[in-house]
Design a protein around this ligand. Structure first.
Ligand code: ADP
Ligand code: ZN
Ligand code: ZN
Length: 745
């Protein structure tokens, strides 16, 4: 036995998956210290809490001294990894994120890990048994096994696959019975080998496509990006819908693959991963790994390992893939960078775009943000020359931008939400064997159920919100807390059976369209119709199969999809969001309308967009229709600057929730008083005020907004608030959360 200590320090600081802003000290058992070097990023098992409860933790550092008396410190139970599962770079990113978002370090680390690793499973590929024919087996005449049919069949297969061997996958494909392996192995005719099971997807059989010739703008953007490839820098690829942004990525990725680098491509929605995947597979002969929430724990771990060990070169993932460990990352691409789903809206409230930029800085590699409707934050950075601003203003190939037309709804008789003119245009489009896309950002049948006799409205028992009618599921559903109950047919207050619905959702519009356009396939895309795992892929496939069809859906339709035969887009209600109380309402509306409109005319046929509105002269609608998103955003940014709103000012929101009505408000009021004592000059406090939906899932919600023009003082105030709340809400039933750079107010 070696008698030098591999871990010299007697104590270890461990981060646990608990909502506490602290690390925990443990003793390193001597026996372990002689055999292993404890390094940051390794997992350990430790006693935690009462009884013999054990928890999984992550080593932060080993230390010579602890602040606690030695007798109080428990020894750690076991070391789970031989080497760190989070390398230095990712470790530093998590530490930074914990500080920046004022979120407990342990929770940040555990968020970064796949579920199976959080539970303590081994960070290794599964192994599987492969079979190989031996020399003797290869020389054996199969006829000698005529009386053992199964052995004969297996040996035959093993002889035929002598070079590469028989994997479990191949054995199942060949349909040979492996029950004969024992007997064959005993006779020395075959031998086995344990191999790591790497779940690379099986098909690379896609025919490789010949890349199109880039147009001038695309070529210039590609050249600029290639010039950036060896060091940190951010580029904003600001290209109108259909301008060929993806084609630009593909060229840059190709160059990096040639240098054997890995590339992380982030997309906002799971729904976009199969589509992106297909396009990438059509181009590259390399392992591509997907990373999103609709995968089993095992699939996620396999993907994670493939990337960590460098077996996969391209990673396509949603928000949390920003934490994937990489071997040699060369570029991060964030597609649809304006999309709000990059921000996590609960628990650890990070913004994956901002973290990706931080990560790229740490790795000294470039980041590419792409969008047809860049966020005001990114536009500001581009205007201030912190980002390289690469513009694509023409549609790729022969496609042209669609024409935007406002349909004045004032004084018109609507037929189930559609104007006569809209219906006429839809009919004409379908007659030309083209497709129509109808956009309505409200799912379900109707947003309200009401009683004709007494005016009762169906509302959620747990939230201050109305219940949405879902006719097909026969349910009333709360879109805020997800609770539901059976659809009512009599009024609970007056027993009248005259209940009626107010307003329309996509489910109702689907029904209306089925009646109005009897022989046309109507395809609905929203969260309800795409719940099953492959539903979205099936629906999009159907869209590509039919010539004429009407697609109806919510914002899911707006995200990056390519439907070449859609030539008419109908926006049923362009006014939603025009009068929102959130200062981001306009930005979001403009992005949504522009993105939905962008689905029209993406191939050789010109597209048209009809915006149904009661406010055709509203400056925002007017500007968007006549001048486009960039002009709209420049106006919007000037206004934000005048009003001292983000991105010209920084914000953080402290959120508190309590079951008791006044408790959350009360505690934030106290916090406000505390903060006011030493408030830096530049800082302002707004509130506390109640959330727009005051009660959600039985919790009363209050907010306190901190703002200022400099990040330093803001972070000081937030750090104070987090600490104060942790200490002062200990014995009360109050939950609080810190939201730095909030997107929701
Ligand atoms: P974006 O990502 O900007 O919406 P895409 O990259 O999806 O645009 O391109 C839109 C369509 O135009 C796709 O079908 C793509 O294959 C095609 N395309 C892209 N670049 C070119 C080009 N230079 N020449 C011809 N077609 C192109
Ligand atoms: Zn009633
Ligand atoms: Zn509810």
């Amino acid at each position: 036995m070696v008698d030098t200590l591999l871990t010299a320090h007697p104590y270890v600081k461990v981060a646990l998956n608990v909502p506490l802003r602290a690390t925990f000290d443990y003793k390193v058992p001597k026996a372990l210290a002689y055999r292993h070097e404890l390094r940051p990023g390794m997992r350990v098992k430790v006693p935690f809490g009462n009884g013999d409860r054990q928890a999984i933790g992550l080593v932060i550092e080993t230390v010579a001294q602890s602040d606690y008396p030695d007798a109080q410190i428990k020894p750690l139970t076991a070391l789970l990894d031989d080497s760190p599962i989070i390398d230095r770079e990712l470790f530093e990113l998590c530490v930074w994120a914990s500080r920046y978002y004022h979120h407990p370090l342990g929770e940040v680390f555990f968020h970064a890990l796949p579920t199976s690793l959080r539970k303590g499973e081994s960070a290794d590929f599964r192994s599987e048994t492969w079979w190989f024919v031996t020399e003797e087996g290869a020389a054996t005449d199969l006829e000698t096994l005529n009386r053992a049919k199964l052995q004969k069949a297996f040996l035959k297969a093993a002889q035929e696959h002598a070079t590469h061997g028989l994997s479990p996958h191949l054995i199942s494909v060949l349909d040979v019975n492996s029950s004969a392996t024992k007997a064959l192995e005993k006779k020395g005719l075959i031998r086995s080998e344990q191999r790591a099971f790497k779940r690379a997807r099986e098909t690379h059989a896609h025919q490789k496509q010949v890349p199109p010739t880039l147009n001038n703008e695309q070529a210039a953007a590609t050249k600029a990006l290639l010039a950036m490839k060896d060091e940190f820098g951010v580029a904003l690829l600001d290209g109108i819908t259909g301008s060929g942004k993806t084609e630009v990525f593909l060229r840059v990725i190709e160059a990096l693959l040639a240098e054997d680098k890995q590339i992380l491509v982030m997309v906002p929605e799971i729904g976009l991963t199969p589509q992106t995947l297909r396009r990438f597979e059509g181009r590259f002969n390399t392992d591509i790994v997907l990373m999103h929430s609709n995968m089993t724990d095992r699939e996620r771990l396999d993907a994670w390992l493939m990337v960590e060990k460098g077996d996969a070169k391209i990673i396509i993932g949603t928000r949390s893939s920003v934490f994937i460990p990489t071997l040699d990352l060369g570029l991060i691409i964030i597609d649809e960078e304006h999309d709000a789903s990059y921000k996590q809206h609960e628990g650890f409230r990070y913004h994956a775009r901002d973290l990706a930029i931080k990560r790229a800085q740490g790795l000294n590699i470039p980041v590419l943000l792409a969008s047809a409707t860049p966020s005001y934050e990114s536009l500001t950075n581009a205007l201030q020359k912190r980002y390289h601003w690469l513009k694509l203003r023409q549609r790729a190939g022969n496609a042209e931008l669609p024409e935007m037309e406002r349909i004045d709804l004032r004084g018109q008789t609507l037929k189930q939400g559609f104007s006569e003119h809209t219906l006429e245009r839809m009919k004409q489009t379908l007659e030309k064997k083209e497709q129509v896309l109808v956009f309505l950002n409200r799912r379900g049948y109707a947003p309200t159920l009401m009683c004709h006799q007494c005016g009762w409205i169906a509302s959620c028992d747990h939230c201050d919100a109305n219940l949405t009618v879902h006719k097909r599921a026969n349910k009333l559903h709360c879109h805020h807390c997800d609770s539901h109950k059976a659809l009512l047919h009599t009024c609970p207050d007056c027993q009248s059976d005259e209940l009626f619905t107010v307003g329309e959702g996509t489910e109702q519009v689907e029904g209306i369209l089925n009646q109005l356009f009897k022989n046309t396939p109507i395809l609905r895309i929203d969260r309800d119709s795409t719940q099953r795992k492959s539903a979205l892929t099936q629906i999009t496939q159907k869209i590509h199969e039919h010539d004429q069809a009407i697609l109806v859906g919510t914002q899911m339709l707006a995200k990056g999809h390519h439907f070449p035969n859609v030539t008419l887009v109908v926006i049923m209600d362009a006014d939603v969001g025009l009068f929102s109380s959130d200062f981001r309402g306009m930005e979001r509306t403009a992005q949504l309308i522009t993105q939905v409109a962008g689905r029209a005319g993406r191939a050789s046929k010109r597209g048209h967009v009809l915006l149904q509105t009661y406010h055709p002269e509203h400056p925002a609608i007017e500007c968007l229709c006549t001048q486009g998103y960039e002009a709209f955003a420049m106006d919007g940014l000037r206004e934000r600057q005048q009003l001292a709103l983000p991105p010209f000012q920084y914000q953080a929101i402290v959120r508190a929730e309590s079951a008791q009505e006044q408790q959350a408000m009360g505690v934030l009021m106290q916090l406000r008083n505390q903060l006011s004592v030493t408030l830096p000059d530049d800082m302002q406090i707004i509130g506390p005020y109640t959330a727009i939906i005051v009660r959600k899932a039985g919790q009363h919600r209050a907010l306190l907004c901190l703002k200022g023009t400099q990040r330093g003082p803001l972070h000081q105030c937030v750090a104070f608030a987090a600490q104060w709340l942790e200490q002062n809400t200990k014995n009360q039933r109050i939950r609080f959360a810190i939201d730095v750079d909030p997107l929701e107010t």
